[in-house]
Design a protein. Structure first.
Length: 304
C-alpha cells in the first residue's frame, strides 16, 4: 500500500489528472484547506469566526536539493506574516514538520537553526509552534530539537505518539518542564519491540500519557477524534480542575463535535493542511483509511 501511495503522490500525471477532475478536487477539498495561502486564509477566517482555533500544517513540495531549504523557511515566514496580518495570531498555531527543514538529509544543527529561525519569527508575532512527530528513526532528533528550542521559547510544543512504549516516559519528562504536549495515537510504523500491538493497548497508553501530562504539570493538547478518549479527558479535567488544555482535530473530521466542544466552552483547534503537496498529503492519509483511496481512484476515472 505504501509503495502505491508514494508512487501516486509523486506522479505528475496523477497531479494533472486531479487538477482537471472536478470530482477529485471536490473530494480532496473536504480534507485539504487549500493549495496556497490565498485559498487557506478564507478557511482560517471561517474557523475563527466559528470560535475554533487553528493549526497551520504547511505541505511544501518534496525537498529535492538541499539548497531549497531557504525557500521553505521563507514560505513559513510568509505564512506566519499573513496569519498575523489577518489578525489571527491569538487563535493560530504553526504545526512544524522538521522533515521540511532537511531532517535526515542535512546536519541536525542546520535543521535546529532553521527551526529556531521560524520559531523566533512566530514568537515575535504571538503565534505558537508545535513540532510534529515523524517516523520512528527521527523521534530522538525531534525531541532534542524541542529541548533546545524550549529553553528560549517555552511555548513551543511537541507531539508524542501513544502507540510507542517509550512515550509515557517522554510525557513525564516534558510535563516536568511545563511543556505543551500534543498527544496522538500515532500512525507511523515502528518496530514490534518498541510499539503496542493492539488498539486496546494503544488506547490504554493514550490514557496513561494523558493523565501524566495533566498531573505532571504539562499542557495537554488532546489530539483525538475518539469519543471515549474525549470523555476520559473531560473526567480528568473535572476531577482535578485543570484549565490549561485543548482539543485538536483534523480538518473535515467530526466537524459537529468540534463545534460542540467550542459551544460548551472548550478550546478546540482544527489542523488545516495546505500547500503544493496537498495531493500527497491526502494519499498518505488514505493509507490509514483505504476507503478514501478507493474514492480517490474512482473520482479520478470519472466515476461517482
Amino acid at each position: 500500500m505504501k509503495k502505491l501511495i508514494d508512487k501516486l503522490a509523486g506522479d505528475e500525471r496523477v497531479r494533472e489528472a486531479v487538477e482537471k477532475s472536478p470530482a477529485t478536487r471536490e473530494l480532496i477539498s473536504r480534507y485539504i484547506a487549500g493549495r496556497d495561502l490565498d485559498e487557506l486564509m478564507p478557511v482560517v477566517d471561517n474557523h475563527v469566526w466559528k470560535g475554533l482555533d487553528v493549526s497551520i500544517n504547511y505541505l511544501p513540495k518534496q525537498l529535492g536539493r538541499v539548497q531549497n531549504l531557504r525557500y521553505v523557511v521563507d514560505d513559513y515566514k510568509q505564512i506566519l506574516q499573513r496569519i498575523s496580518d489577518g489578525g489571527f495570531s491569538h487563535k493560530a498555531e504553526l504545526s512544524l514538520r522538521l522533515s521540511t527543514l532537511g531532517m535526515g538529509q542535512v546536519f541536525p544543527e542546520i535543521t535546529l537553526e532553521l527551526a529556531r529561525e521560524i520559531t523566533r519569527t512566530a514568537t515575535n508575532l504571538d503565534i505558537d509552534v508545535c513540532l510534529d512527530m515523524e517516523d520512528f528513526e527521527h523521534i530522538h532528533t525531534v525531541l532534542v530539537v524541542h529541548d533546545q528550542l524550549h529553553q528560549d521559547f517555552p511555548r513551543i510544543g511537541v507531539t508524542v505518539q501513544a502507540n510507542l512504549k517509550r512515550s509515557l516516559k517522554d510525557v513525564e519528562r516534558l510535563a516536568e518542564k511545563n511543556a505543551r504536549i500534543r498527544i496522538v495515537k500515532g500512525s507511523y510504523a515502528a518496530p514490534d519491540a518498541d510499539s503496542f500491538d493492539s488498539r486496546l493497548k494503544v488506547d490504554q497508553s493514550y490514557v496513561h500519557c494523558l493523565r501524566k501530562a495533566f498531573e505532571g504539570g504539562g499542557v495537554p493538547l488532546v489530539a483525538t477524534h475518539d469519543p471515549r478518549l474525549i470523555e476520559i479527558s473531560e473526567a480528568l479535567v473535572k476531577k482535578h480542575g485543570y484549565s490549561d488544555y485543548e482539543y485538536q482535530m483534523f480538518y473535515g473530521v467530526r466537524t459537529f463535535e468540534q463545534r460542540r466542544l467550542v459551544d460548551t466552552g472548550r478550546t478546540c483547534r482544527t489542523q488545516l493542511p495546505f500547500g503544493p503537496d496537498w495531493i500527497g498529503y491526502y494519499l498518505r492519509r488514505a493509507e490509514d483509511r483505504p476507503s478514501n483511496l478507493l474514492l480517490f481512484m474512482r473520482s479520478l476515472i470519472g466515476k461517482r
